[in-house]
Design a protein around this ligand. Sequence first.
Ligand code: GAR
Length: 209
Amino acid sequence: KARVAIVISGEGSNMAALLYASRLPTSPYEVVLVASNNPDAPGLALAAAEGVPTWSQSHRGMSREAFDDALHAALAAARPDAVALAGYMRILTPGFVEKWRGRLLNIHPSLLPLYPGLDTHARAIAAGDSSGGCTVHLVTDEVDSGDILGQLAVAIRPGDTPETLAARVRLAEHQLYPSTLGAYVSRHEDAGWIEAQVDALTADLAEVS
Ligand code: GAR
């Protein structure tokens, strides 16, 4: 099975969806670490209760580079083949993104390229769109761009508020992320990608320790 680390900042409902899906007998991946920049993130407690190793460190009082170095070291030590950002609310430094290029995924609550950034549901409603939705994409230096791996549309209903729409989009996210991540790691496993990444990470780990 591919090894997946998940990075969160808050509730962690997408992390929970990824984790429970990983426990289905047919899952192509297992969750080896849940990491957070917020030691109080509710998702960390859920992961710990499920027996998943966790790592957290507050980003406060640290430079962006120093925090991303610490996050990178924690991730590298868990030897993941892929890293899934799930409600991680900080922008990553280019150096970090480069180290995980091609194996760093994110879920975003809009139909990208529409509405990168924040307040996606309010913007979709204000624009009079007939649907919102969610996107799983590879992470690149530019926020919420990068190759799109999967999308699900969610109808906007009359009277929807950003909150009511967000709640339905969240249900769609919980379906989209596990299946898209699973398909992505399976594709790469077939191509011998996992072995190559393990070698790269081993070299990386020697560097940070
Ligand atoms: C999700 O809707 C996710 O798409 C969004 O935050 C929420 C996290 O919920 N992510 C972003 O906005 C990233 N910029 P969760 O903690 O319950 O998974």
